[in-house]
Every structure is written in C-alpha cells, then in structure tokens.
Write a protein that binds this ligand. Structure first.
Ligand code: PEP
Ligand code: MG
Length: 324
C-alpha cells in the first residue's frame, strides 16, 4: 500500500467535475497480480507475457502457458485481462532464442518475430484462449505492428486458433483483439486500424522512443527521451481524437499513464482508461480525484503553444506545485 491512501482502494476514480476513469494495472509476474488486487485495480491493461518466458530456459508448452495465463484471468475475473502476445527483441531477449542484431529496436521485435514463427504465436494464442474458458474476460493485444498487413495476418492466426479450439470442443468465446499504438506510422493510420480491431492501447514508451529517435535504454541520450516533447503530446492527442471519432475504445499503458504530470495531460486530451504499474495506482487515483478536467485542458492548451520541451517540463512542474 502507498501509505495513507489505502482508504481509496474501493472509492471511484472520479475528478471534481465527475469524469470517471478506469484504472488498470500492468502485470508480468504473479507478484504484480497480488499487489494489484490490493490496490483495487479494475483489471489488467497490459499483461507482458514475455516476462514469464524470460524466466525459463525453454519455451513453455501450450499447457504450461495456459496454466500461467489462467492464474491471471482468474485473479481478476470478471474484470478484463489484456494479454499481449510475445514482445521479444529490442531490449528483451530469451536465452534459448538468441537474436543478434546491429540495431535491435529497429529489427526483429514483437509481432515481426511471431509472424515469422507462427508456431510460437499459435501455441501462445491457443493457450490464452484455453485459459479463458469459463472466465470470458480475455483481450489479446498485438505489439509492434507497423502495417495493416501484419495486423491482418496476426488476426487471421488468432481466428484460426479460436476455430481450432472450438472444433476440439472447448467452450470458449472470441476474445477482444487490440493493437498497440507504439510506432509513429500507427498514428497516421488510426482509422484503418480502428476499422479492424476492438480496441487500441497506446505504448507511450516505444512511441516516444521512435518519434524522437532516442533509444529508451541508452543513458547517453536519456536527457533527450521526453514524454512531454510537443511532438509526443500532439501524437497522443491525435491518437485519442481519431480513435474516438471512430468509436474505438482507446487506453494507454506506457509509463506516462502512471506519471502524475502525464496523467493530467492525458486526462485533458480525453483519455479515460489508464494502465500503470501497481505501485502508481492509488497515487494516480488520489490525484485525479483532486483535479478538474477543465483546468487540465487549459494547462494542455498552454503547453501546446510551446515548442521547447524543457520549458514545457518546467511549466508543468510549476503548475503542479501551484495546484498543490
Ligand atoms: C510501451 O512501449 O509503452 C509499452 C507499454 O510496452 P513495453 O514498455 O513493454 O515496450
Ligand atoms: Mg512497447
């Protein structure tokens, strides 16, 4: 628990002007699950499946995966659990599936790997769907998609897995399918994406990295990695507006959703569904219950007139202090 905030666990997350927010958590291990339930999370906005793959010395079998996934689904039922298909490559590697590349963040990552290895993808999706039998609270999220063709191919494999399982007699319902918005190209194709998926989830960590061309793991350029850069804020605003215009549910699961200043800017843009690390949840709830979204919109409008990321950051910090 965050000291002093326990009382908020079962309180609604509503701003002073009665805007309701859905706060979910990002999980990887079962310890995150136990911690999240303690905080009153309304489900899982991002379950990073690669974490349990990284702790093994071989690919887990379909049944082993199904057991791992069932624990997540059961813990949060009837709330939704959004499971992301394997997102390896970049900075996340498996000892038993080494990837050596000059430029890993621009290389073989996320769905690029699993579309080249449909046997890995199909086994994982089958395990997720099997695990959801009787709970019906599963969503599947596809990472690192750079084209509609990849999205359609991945969706096709999910339909195929679903069909196979139904043929085999499993009593399962079709999961909702979503796509991570984390590559700049995605920002310009929200309408095409929204026409195909049930929801989108913004990965602001990678979106910032790729928009600014700053390796998110490289300390030498860490000062250039800035979620409040005007280009990042404009991209986020555009994503929200385009998705809402298509009635496509949109949430955000990057670190920005657990960052106090980020939360205010996201609230101002219209985001109402935020997924974050379990330790941030009660702090974010406390903050949202003290603000008015009109005030947040004024602040965002002021910021969007500025072009210097450092001035933006200090203006935001000053506004937060002034607001107490
Ligand atoms: C992101 O990119 O913002 C994200 C949530 O995914 P990950 O941090 O696992 O790449
Ligand atoms: Mg990402």
């Amino acid at each position: 628990f965050v000291a002093g905030l326990e009382y908020l666990k079962n309180e609604p997350c509503e701003t002073l002007d009665q805007q309701h927010f859905c706060l979910q958590v990002n999980t990887g291990l079962m310890t995150d699950v136990y911690r999240s339930l303690d905080q009153g999370a309304e489900g899982v906005g991002l379950y990073r499946t690669e974490v349990s793959f990284m702790m093994r010395d071989r690919f887990p079998s379909e049944s082993e995966q199904a057991e791992i996934y069932r624990q997540q689904l059961q813990a949060f039922a009837p709330n939704n659990v959004c499971m992301r298909t394997l997102d390896i490559g970049g900075d996340k590697s498996l000892s038993y599936f080494p990837i050596q590349e000059e430029n890993p963040f621009l290389g073989w990552r996320g769905v690029r790997v699993t579309l080249d290895h449909p046997e890995i993808f199909i086994v994982q999706v089958r395990a997720m769907i099997r695990a959801s039998e009787g709970f019906d609270n599963l969503s599947i999220l596809i990472p690192m998609v750079s084209s509609i063709g990849e999205l359609e191919e991945a969706m096709h494999l999910i339909y195929r897995a679903m069909h196979e399982l139904q043929e085999e007699g499993y009593q399962v319902v079709m999961p909702r399918i979503g796509m991570m918005i984390e590559i700049p190209a995605n920002v310009y194709q929200i309408r095409d994406i929204a026409a195909r998926v049930d929801f989108i989830s913004v990965g602001s960590n990678d979106l910032t990295q790729y928009l600014l061309a700053v390796d998110r793991t490289n300390p030498r350029v860490a000062s250039l990695y800035n979620n409040y850069h005007p280009a990042v804020l404009m991209a986020l605003q555009q994503i929200y507006q385009e998705a809402s215009a298509c009635n496509c549910p949109v949430s955000i699961c990057g670190e920005l959703a657990g960052d106090p200043i980020g939360v205010i800017l996201l609230a101002a843009m219209g985001f109402r569904s935020l997924s974050m690390s379990p330790t941030s949840l009660l702090r974010v709830k406390a903050l949202l219950r003290q603000i008015d979204t009109e005030w947040a919109r004024d602040l965002l409008n002021t910021i969007l007139q500025m072009d210097n990321p450092l001035v933006i950051r200090s203006t935001l910090e000053f506004a937060m202090k002034k607001a107490g």
